[in-house]
Structures are given as C-alpha cells and as structure tokens.
Design a protein around this ligand. Structure first.
Ligand code: NAP
Length: 271
C-alpha cells in the first residue's frame, strides 16, 4: 500500500442498484475514500445527484483506460453486467488497479485466465459471487452436509431484473457440494425421467439440479435441499436488502491491498 492513510476506491456500475449502495458504504467508511465513479448512465453528472445527496465533486464517466489512469485508485469495485465485467477487470489490471468484483455471470475459464493475469502483474484481486456473510456460511454448511448427504438440489430466487441464470452463488454452491462429496458414496441424481415440460428439472451442474426463480419483490435468496433415506435437510439464506452485501464488499476492498493473486469466493478471505 502507498503512504496514504486511506485506500482510494473507484466504483464501476456506480449508478446501478448495487453500485449506488457501494458508493454510499465507501463514503461512510473511515479507511476507504471514494475517488471515482464509472457508469454507462448519467455521464457528466455529479455522483451526489445520483445518490440524492450533496454534491461530491465526483463526475460520472465511462470506464476507459485513460479515465482510470487519471483517477488512479488503489481498488476498482465492479458491479456492472456480465458483458462489461471482463473488459473492466482487464482495464483495471492494465492500469495496476486491484479489482474487487461482485458482478456475476463470469465463467470458470475466465476466472482461471484472469487469475493468471493477476499473478503475472503481481497484483491482488477478489471475485465473489456473493458478498453476504450469511450466504458464504450457507455455502460452507452445504459443502459440509454434502459429505453425508450427497444428493442435493438448489432453488435460487432473485428479483426479476437479474440478467444471468442460474446465479453465481448457485453455481459456486454446486461446486462446493461437489467438492464436499465423498465420491464412492455419492448417489447420482440423474436417471431416466419422463419430462413433460422442458426444463422442469432445472439446470444440472456437478450433478446438482439448480432451479432459478425470478420475481418482483425478491432480492437474493437461496435454498439448498439435501435428501437422504427418510429425511431432508434444508439450508436457506435470505438477503432482504442490498445492505447485506456491504460489509463483505468493504472487507474485500481492504484485504485486496494485502493479496498477491486472485481470490475467488468471500469464504477464502474470512479469518
Ligand atoms: P444494475 O442495477 O443493472 O447496475 C449495473 C450498472 O452497471 C448499470 O448502471 C449499467 O449501466 C452499468 N454498466 C454497464 N456497463 C458498464 C461498463 N462497461 N462500465 C461501467 N458501468 C457499466 O445491476 P445490479 O442489480 O446493481 O447488479 C450488478 C451486478 O452485481 C449483477 O451481475 C448482479 O448479479 C451482481 N450482484 C452481485 C452480488 C454479490 O454479492 N456478488 C450481489 C448483488 C448483485 P446500463 O444500465 O446503462 O447498462
């Protein structure tokens, strides 16, 4: 870290639902200082107007290498879209800025490729499909349960504006369930089924069926149901408000300064 007392943070997707919340959280934090805001919307406006507060002297622009170099933050927090996030991370790395990424929809091959790029540049980076501590615990508990109850299905429920399906959290949970299973005792969940409606059994990842629900009124919720002989176990997490993600985002923005390499998943940042 440099000699400054604070960590300079820029936010991409600053005008979005998550981005606005992140900007407010960074503004209220003593160790972090919000120095730039990037978005495709509201270009030229002061961020204060977007946050419906006092003027901040931070003018919203698109995220380009020149704009990021000029702002020179320590960290770029990204909550944008599945199509924007990869170029944004690449721009950050080219400018020597550490990315902290909450945007979902990043495929595993890109995580691996970006990890190599982060390593080559001697930087730190965090990609977390879910920044809510309770959700991270839900995933960890699911991994533990899979050792004894290998048959599992996931129901993930999100607001109807969510662009990707299934959620990054659901895919990460399925990966962790697969890692937690003792392979010799694992029960395959796939068999010959008569499907009267295409997709009725959801998507299948690592032998875990994932069902995605999109409805108004929801924020981010997930239920993992394990089946065993004569019993089921349900692990559920609910984010009722986007504030649930903020402690994890702020923690990652601090910890990324000490990291060398890419950390994928908030659980790998917990002490
Ligand atoms: P949103 O409201 O649509 O916000 C995304 C914002 O990014 C929009 O203002 C969008 O502008 C802007 N944008 C698009 N391309 C950009 C670019 N190249 N550079 C800078 N900004 C750009 O979405 P949201 O609900 O905030 O969610 C954002 C992402 O976070 C999603 O992937 C969501 O799944 C994820 N998420 C993650 C967590 C977590 O804990 N990891 C929690 C909640 C949500 P336009 O609308 O003009 O394109």
């Amino acid at each position: 870290m440099n000699a400054k007392k604070w960590i300079a943070v820029a936010v991409s997707g600053a005008c979005g639902r998550m981005g606005r919340q992140v900007c407010r959280a960074v503004l209220e934090d003593d160790e972090l200082k919000l120095t730039a805001a990037f978005d495709e919307r509201e270009g030229g406006k002061d961020l204060g107007a977007v946050l419906e507060g006092p003027e901040l002297g931070i003018v919203i622009t698109g995220l380009t290498p020149a704009a990021l170099e000029k702002a020179a933050p320590d960290v770029l927090v990204d909550f944008t879209t599945p199509s924007a996030v990869i170029p944004n991370i690449e721009t950050a790395l080219e400018c020597g800025v550490r990315p902290v990424v909450g945007t979902t929809g990043i495929i595993q091959a890109d995580v691996v490729r970006l990890g190599e790029e982060v390593g080559k540049r001697g930087l730190g980076a965090v990609i977390a499909p879910n920044f809510a501590l309770g959700a991270v615990l839900m995933m960890k508990f699911a991994e533990q349960a899979a050792r004894y109850l290998p048959q599992a299905e996931i129901i993930e429920l999100h607001h109807d504006k969510k662009m990707d399906a299934p959620s990054g959290t659901a895919l990460k949970t399925a990966e962790m369930i697969a890692a937690g299973r003792l392979e010799p005792t694992a029960q395959p969940t796939q068999k010959e089924e008569l499907l009267k409606l295409e997709g009725a059994r959801g998507g299948v990842y690592e032998r875990v069926h994932i069902h995605s629900i999109r409805l108004q009124g929801l924020i981010a919720h997930q239920q993992v149901i394990f089946g065993g002989l004569g019993q089921t176990l349900t692990i559920r997490h609910d984010s009722y408000d986007r504030s649930s993600f903020m402690p994890g985002v702020l923690m990652a923005a601090r910890k990324v300064m000490e990291l060398k390499g890419l950390v994928y998943g908030l659980e790998n940042l917990l002490d």
